[in-house]
Design a protein around this ligand. Structure first.
Ligand code: NAI
Length: 326
């Protein structure tokens, strides 16, 4: 079987390195498909990448055919079938969101061009590095030969956070909860929506108090990343890596019947009145290899519409800041 090439940018960082070992172990494509890992980071992280390569060798993963360690963008993106764009400029103390957008804006045009010029034309891309939705837009716009539907950004971590919190509240198994949605941006404006969510097929809306939902649940999901950072002084790592794999697997293998997942996908053509030309998180089903469909025709009440619009407006404002990079 021909090995598939999987690129992880920021492979020396916390999320990237958690991802590396899971991909090497066969978590993406199952236990038959060999992979070649492309580990890419900035120059000063080269020793970290080299150490990672040695450890990968020591694990003797049966499906890991080869490892390419590089700080050269053309080599990193060359012929890759899957690209996880994790590497990004970290937000430092005193930095405004605008500064972060500008800093990361320098990274993602080059990576979009590299995907366009060097990768397998059928490449599938998952953007994790923040601000993930807008970085995804920048990368996609700089890859004119690729279809915008080949690009997605990660909101599965937010989705799974919400499902986990609901399960706790309802004393249920997460697997009994379906049709929960994250709308919008992977940021504090994201909208965790339970208006269609079900527990064993019954509406969750009828089981929880609206004030709890509005005043506790929604802020808890929106602020979960900051809360983890506050509690342990470090942002999400393993959960981010695992949810990146889950995001990818639902895209590749398909979603469960009678359920959906949340993914930030290209908004153009959506039926919810969200502006075109954004990467916005929607409820999405996937039927066959790498096809996805935004779930259509959900009833949206006034509260939900307002919340969905707040996140849309934030994404439009982010796009305005980096418009010169598109
Ligand atoms: P980290 O700081 O540990 O690692 C980032 C890595 O990216 C570093 O190794 C750094 O050298 C590398 N890097 C910086 N500029 C680069 C460039 N131009 N090209 C390639 N690599 C570059 O950060 P961590 O914790 O691994 O997080 C990575 C990103 O993922 C951050 O932006 C973080 O905010 C984001 N994130 C997103 C989540 C989501 O749900 N969408 C969840 C968790 C993290």
């Amino acid at each position: 079987m021909k090995p598939l090439r999987v690129l992880i940018t920021g492979a020396a960082g916390h999320v990237g390195s958690s991802l590396v070992y899971r991909v090497a172990a066969g978590d993406l494509f199952g236990l038959q498909q060999p992979v070649i890992l492309h580990l890419y980071d900035i120059d000063k992280m080269l020793p970290e990448l080299q150490g990672e390569m040695m450890e990968l060798g020591d694990c003797a993963f049966p499906l890991l055919k080869d490892v390419v360690v590089t700080t050269e963008i053309d080599e990193a993106f060359g012929d890759v079938d899957v690209a996880f764009l994790v590497g990004a400029f970290p937000r430092k103390k005193g930095m405004e969101r605008r500064d972060l957008l500008e800093a990361n804006g320098q990274i993602f045009p080059a990576q979009g061009k590299a995907l366009n010029d060097y990768s397998n034309p059928d490449v599938r891309v998952v953007v994790v590095g923040n601000p993930a939705n807008t970085n995804c837009l920048i990368a996609a716009k700089n890859a004119p030969d690729l279809n915008p539907s080949q690009f997605t950004a990660l909101t599965r971590l937010d989705h799974n956070r919400g499902v986990g919190m609901l399960a706790l509240k309802l004393d249920a198994y997460v697997s009994d909860i379906t049709k929960f949605t994250i709308w919008g941006n992977h940021s504090g404006t994201q909208f965790p929506d339970i208006s269609h969510a079900l527990l064993k097929g019954k509406p969750i809306n009828d089981m929880v108090d609206f004030d709890w939902y509005k005043d506790e649940f929604i802020p808890a999901v929106q602020q979960r990343g900051s809360e983890i950072l506050r509690v342990r002084g470090m942002s999400s790592t393993v959960s981010a890596a695992i949810c990146t794999i889950k995001h990818f697997k639902s895209w590749y293998y398909g979603t469960n019947d009678n359920d959906w997942v949340s993914k930030a996908v290209y908004s153009t053509g959506n039926s919810y009145g969200i502006a075109d030309d954004l990467y916005y998180s929607f409820p999405v089903t996937c039927d066959s290899e790498f096809e996805y469909t935004v779930v259509d025709g959900l009833e949206i009440n006034e509260f939900c519409e307002k919340m969905m619009k707040i996140s849309e407006q934030e994404l439009i404002a982010e796009r305005d800041v980096i418009r010169h990079l598109l």
